[in-house]
Design a protein around this ligand. Structure first.
Ligand code: ADP
Ligand code: MG
Length: 979
């Protein structure tokens, strides 16, 4: 049984090996067309997998591995899943990283000739991959499911450069990027020139695709090594599918786009002159053609965009700022959801609105006018609470029109889906009519909202069509109709009432009055249905069997059930059909006749209803671009009113955006931490100010103890900028923001252990990136830079970076920079460089305890409070006490004039005024090491000095015994530092 015979490869077996069963040959030829996918082969009520696929599925899906005869007395492994539950299994296979080719029985059974068994013709109708799923159960409504296609300029023609990100002459590459969400029809492409990989990586991270398709390495290349392609490097850890390299060729790709969109030129899409974008987009549609054989999902045109026109944020900063979780956690994964910016802001009422919100936050704008337009509309919703509530209440009735329309275009919608579209359109018409309250009517804010409302197209004829054509059962749950049940529910209809018997086999999905033909068919079968419905009563009367029942089951059809309690003779004309434990089942010739009428009619009715329903779906699909426009307008209204709602709820203000280079925030809060701290038992969030401009300084160096709130402060500034440019109001009392083109954030190695970036090297590479790319419009956030190395190196580098950023003064100013550091020495930079200001985190010292006030005040921190943090963290008292002792020794050794912080490095920088800095400086210059051992410390501790000088002053010879005792006691107190 377990002796698994070698099934061989498709090629040598399909070619007419007559000893194989016909079905096996059919299977092998289909499998040969999809060697990289698991083939789900439809066999009656199951999808079966064979050979290696079966073993894989048995393991991944935890299903039983069996075997099947394939001819020549051979058996191969087989594992199958029931067809009615296939979605769940598909989802699990795709999640586990497999592609699944779904092979359906198509057309009629081939007629059985001369005794041979008839065979179904079969065809792969779809290849299910992570980026091409359409099943609602496999999608998260709140986020897009993007399929991304990536191609690099020399990737297919020069393998020497595959490993690197540059071509052989060291030039940066050109990239083509295309993305599509086939569930919504969104399709975009971009070309990125002269990019060393950072830009493309940023775009891919922003899209967070479910699947990336890249050119496969051609076979002759593959053998020599495992070198990753440049595209796979760009896609990093994502789900990657290799796709035929020739599909990425310009001519092929162009032809694919022409074919799919039925156009002769790509000028209308704006990518005619962007060959890389065309290559990526063309390969993507060809991939969709392959995965969705029968009906290509509807793509809504192609939009060419330029990533550099948006506020740019690298993947690292995206994570570092906790913008969004990656989709694998939370809603889908079930793990504890991370609190992210998106989670705090996403109070959207509709899935389309949620997706819009995510897109906006992922791609903040970079132009004052568009940003202001969003702010105007948000302001309208903030000021007009009545309209806001009205709009949001109605939005609650709006379903995911985008995805529903997508399903209709694939003929996959249910009657319920179509009615959801209808209800949503009716709601959208109501929304488009919501009036502004008197106070804001006619204002700029009102006009901004009106402009979006005007985009709503309520598609009245679609509403009418669905309303008059499509029937949905009021109470129907959508599942469990007679047609959708498997053979297992043989007796499902047993014991049903006469009324329900009437509906066997004919689920109504088309309303009466929509089709004369259908209504006639139904009427003609109705008399037989009525006859059957009356039969039970008639037969009970005729035979006198009070317990006689009429029933129906899928296998035997209609029957008369006579229970065992009846002991009389079989009534006239009854033919025994089936004997059960509790009775016998009979038929009569008349019942058979009516049954056949009912069943024939119900088949015809089903077929006709299906056809009529598909016609409705096609009409809906034909309007999909109008539906999408409406969905888009509703999504925009939802996102804007959500910003309005959150602004009111959390007390955000409208930021002022302009073209100046400055940044001024008052009462700024971290939107996520704020929610966390006010939710808990703590005292609430402490707002802070931030000024970065010519007057106040372009760079602020923020010093302060650990846990004082430095990182939180830095991130709050970055998040406020990002939210503002995405169109949201911001958590502050006043916000004036000069347009920011890029936000850079770097967090020192010790603060970023989670990301696994523990090496100093990585940190420096990233700092170098900032130095190369920051412009006068950028915002740079450096948190504990230089921590990944020993104190001196780290400090030196941190200072050099700060000086460089300061010196990187282009014509229009400097990058606005916030630099948090525990190197107090850096605070001296404000004396050496103009435009640098110091700030510190305020702390309250109560005896030997420290309270963090989380307040940013000007000036530099004088000391570190690491030990107090250790105490807060619950370190054993002996440890903290000893540490305090050591610290006291250390501090008393480092004699500082007038308490100013000591800067070891100012000497290197050659800064003026550094000469007054005393001992430490000269130690650094001579290369002496600051960290002295603990032994040394105790020997030369200051208390010892006092005691020693006291000892020196004692004239032992002149002391009386009593004086000696008193003196001894005094010395002891001196040594203990007591008065
Ligand atoms: P640092 O970077 O200085 O070590 P963090 O920014 O990590 O400090 O802040 C430590 C903790 O203090 C945060 O997790 C937060 O709970 C709290 N915190 C920070 N800033 C504030 C604030 N402004 N108001 C209230 N709590 C804050
Ligand atoms: Mg920190």
């Amino acid at each position: 049984m377990s002796a698994r015979s070698e099934p061989g490869t498709g090629e040598n077996l399909i070619a007419g090996d007559v000893r194989l069963t016909p079905m096996r040959r059919q299977y092998l030829s289909l499998k040969a067309q999809h060697p990289d996918a698991i083939l789900f082969f439809r066999l009656g009520d199951f999808y079966e997998t064979f050979d290696q696929d079966a073993e894989t599925c048995a393991r991944v899906l935890q299903i039983t591995l069996t075997g099947r005869e394939i001819g020549r007395g051979q058996r191969v492994p087989m594992a199958g899943v029931p067809a009615h539950a296939v979605q769940g299994y598909l989802a699990r296979m795709v999640q586990a990283g497999f592609k699944v080719a779904v092979c359906e029985q198509v057309g009629e059974t081939e007629p059985a000739t001369s005794g041979a068994r008839a065979m179904m013709s079969r065809e792969v109708t779809r290849v299910v991959t992570a980026g091409t799923v359409i099943e609602p159960s496999m999608l998260d409504g709140r986020r897009n499911n993007y399929l991304v296609s990536v191609v690099a300029s020399s990737a297919t023609d020069d393998r020497k450069v595959k490993r690197g990100i540059q071509d052989e002459r060291g030039r940066a590459l050109s990239w083509g990027l295309a993305y599509a969400d086939i569930t919504t029809g969104e399709f975009g492409c971009a070309q990125l020139d002269g990019d060393d990989g950072a830009e493309i990586g940023r775009e891919i991270a922003r899209l967070d695709p479910a699947e990336c398709i890249i050119p496969a390495i051609e076979r002759r290349v593959r053998s020599d090594d495992e070198m990753p392609t440049i595209e796979s490097v760009a896609c990093a850890d994502r789900h990657i599918s290799s796709w035929e390299p020739h599909q990425f060729d310009l001519a092929t790709a162009r032809a694919s786009l022409h074919r799919v969109f039925g156009v002769a030129s790509l000028v209308g899409f704006g990518c005619e002159d962007r060959p890389m974008a065309i290559r990526a987009a063309g390969a993507l549609v060809a991939y969709l053609e392959r995965t969705h054989r029968s009906r290509l999902p509807l793509l809504d045109g192609l939009i060419t965009y330029d990533p550099s026109t948006y506020l740019r944020l690298d993947p690292y900063s995206r994570r570092n700022l906790d913008l969004d979780d990656d989709g694998s956690t939370g809603a889908r994964g079930g793990g504890p959801a991370r609190v992210t910016l998106v989670r705090v802001l996403d109070e959207a009422r509709t899935p389309v609105g949620s997706r819009m919100l995510r897109r906006w936050l992922g791609q903040p704008l970079c132009d004052v006018q568009s940003i202001s337009r969003r702010h105007d509309a948000v302001e309208g919703f903030v000021r007009d609470g009545a309209r806001r509530e009205m709009v949001r209440t109605i939005l609650g009735r709006v379903a995911d029109i985008e995805r529903l329309a997508g399903r209709a275009s694939q003929r996959l919608a249910s009657p319920r889906d179509l009615h959801a579209i209808r209800t949503s359109l009716i709601a959208s018409a109501e929304i488009s009519r919501t009036p502004a309250s008197g106070a804001i009517s006619g204002t700029v804010a009102d006009l901004a909202i009106q402009a979006v409302l005007m985009e709503i197209d309520p598609c009245q004829h679609i509403v009418d069509l669905i309303g008059s054509a499509v029937h949905v059962e009021e109470s129907s749950t959508g599942a469990g109709s007679p047609n959708s049940q498997g053979a297992g529910s043989e007796d499902a209809a047993e014991g049903k009432t006469a009324r329900s018997l009437q509906t066997v086999g004919a689920e109504r999905i088309i309303r009466p009055g929509h089709s004369i033909e259908l209504d006639a068919l139904i009427a003609s079968s109705q008399s037989s249905r009525n006859w059957i419905a009356r039969l039970e009563g008639i037969e009970r009367d005729r035979t006198g069997i009070r317990t006689l029942r009429v029933g129906f089951n899928r296998v035997f059809g209609y029957y008369l059930h006579v229970p065992n309690s009846y002991r009389g003779p079989v009534p006239d004309g009854y033919t025994r059909k089936q004997t059960l434990a509790d009775g016998e089942r009979f038929i009569t010739p008349e019942l058979k006749e009516h049954e056949s009428k009912v069943l024939t009619a119900s088949e015809a009715i089903d077929a006709l209803q299906r056809r009529l329903f598909d016609e409705v779906q096609d009409k809906v699909a034909a309007e999909s671009s109008r539906l999408r426009a409406t969905a888009n307008a509703l999504a925009t209204i939802d996102a804007l009113s959500t910003f309005g709602t959150v602004a009111v709820k959390r007390g955000y203000v409208r930021p002022e955006i302009d073209e100046t280079g400055g940044l001024e925030l008052q009462g700024a809060r971290h939107p996520v931490v704020e929610v966390a701290v006010t939710g808990g038992a703590s005292t609430g969030y402490v707002p802070n100010d931030c000024v970065l401009d010519a007057a106040g300084g372009w760079m602020t160096i923020l010093t302060g103890p650990n846990m004082a709130g430095k990182s939180t402060y830095l991130r709050s500034v970055a998040l406020i900028v990002l939210m503002a440019q995405a169109g949201s109001f911001v958590p502050a009392t006043v916000a004036r923001i000069g347009l920011v083109d890029r936000i850079f954030t770097r967090v020192g190695a010790h603060d970023d252990l989670v990301a696994g970036r523990s090496t100093f090297m990585v940190e420096m590479v990233e700092a170098a990136q900032i130095l190369r790319h920051a412009t006068p419009r950028s915002l740079v956030i450096l948190d504990e830079l230089g921590r990944g190395t020993s104190t001196h190196d780290g400090l030196a580098i941190a200072q050099a970076v700060a000086e460089y950023l300061h010196g990187a003064a282009g014509s229009g100013g400097r990058p606005r920079t916030l630099f948090a550091t525990h190197y107090h020495e850096l605070a001296d930079l404000d004396q050496m460089l103009d435009g640098v200001a110091n700030a510190r985190m305020d702390v309250l010292e109560e005896g030997d305890r420290v309270v963090f006030l989380h307040r940013v005040v000007s000036g530099a921190a004088g000391r570190s409070y690491g030990i107090h943090v250790a105490r807060l963290a619950g370190m054993p008292k002996r440890v903290t006490e000893r540490a305090a002792e050591l610290l006291a020794h250390l501090e008393s050794r480092a004699i500082r004039p007038s308490g100013t912080p000591v800067n070891d490095l100012s000497a290197i920088g050659g800064a003026p005024g550094a000469a007054s800095l005393g001992r430490r400086r000269s130690r650094t210059v001579t290369g002496d090491v600051v960290q002295a051992g603990p032994m040394q410390l105790t020997m030369f501790a200051p208390e010892a000095d006092v005691v020693r000088s006291a000892l020196d002053q004692i004239d032992v010879d002149s002391l009386t015994p009593l004086e000696a005792l008193n003196e001894l006691s005094r010395l002891k107190r001196l040594a203990q530092n007591l008065p």
